[in-house]
Design a protein around this ligand. Sequence first.
Ligand code: PMP
Length: 305
Amino acid sequence: PITPTQNIWHNGQLIPWEKANIHVMSHVVHYGSSVFEGIRAYTQGSSAGVFRLPEHMQRLIDSAKIYRMPLPYTVDQLCAAVVDVVEANGVAPCYIRPVAFRGYGEIGVNPTKSPIEIYIANFPWGKYITASEGADVCISSWSRLAPNTMPSLAKAGANYMNSQLINMEAKVNGYVEGIALDRNGYLSEGSGENLFLVRNGVIYTSPLANSVLSGITRDSIITIAKHLGIPVVEQSLPRELIYIADEAFFTGTAAEVTHLRSVDQIMIADGKMGPITTAIHDEFFALVNGLQPDRYNWLTPVNVK
Ligand code: PMP
């Protein structure tokens, strides 16, 4: 269950957590008309910082734009709102969940008569994939969203119906997560994570054209890999490449960097976290935890006392 905090930001104001309710006849409840973000704030010794906050807020605005949902706030205003709510609640490390949706107005499919509501909540949250020995995953029988159906660059609530099918199927079959193929059978991503493979010292990840979300952790990992001198190739990846990879890992705000032990009960190499995943993982956590200087300016400071 979510651990509640005190305040939630709503359309420019802080309101009590328990007052942040919507009507059952709101458009979003019936038609999934929402866009959202997931962000983490980390602590760096006695200070705290939100990871890649402007990039997340830009993606929120982009997601809304794809769905013709004009948000009446700039990136800077939304970033300030996140800082406000995190500071008011005084909770870090934490997970931050901004969501914008079509509220209570008309019941028809066309959403333009229903008001746009924006809320930002934050709350404490630990590991998303708790698999210290590595995650055992499967290839899903469900495909990722085809490009001309639901746009995968929009982080829209409705996309997560597809993610739920992938994740639930994996879980009932005893796996921690599923990886979906795209409509052409290439590797796409997990239900809430981008996918990376390592083979012969090269890192591979699916390009945005293979129905993946433009993950902010994905982008961060590509940046870190380049810094470490590890080549990164973005190309369509055949399914079987994951079975013969030297290493594989998921990235995401929730999943952070999670190494994969097996796929479809085929061990990835010896199943242990390999040297390249380890280097990437360690550098990522060194940056977010302040053990390395913030050389990319990825942390927005928050004063949580
Ligand atoms: N793909 C999907 C489908 C996701 O839901 C997420 C989580 N937002 C990701 C990838 C990873 O994106 P990010 O690194 O920005 O959290």
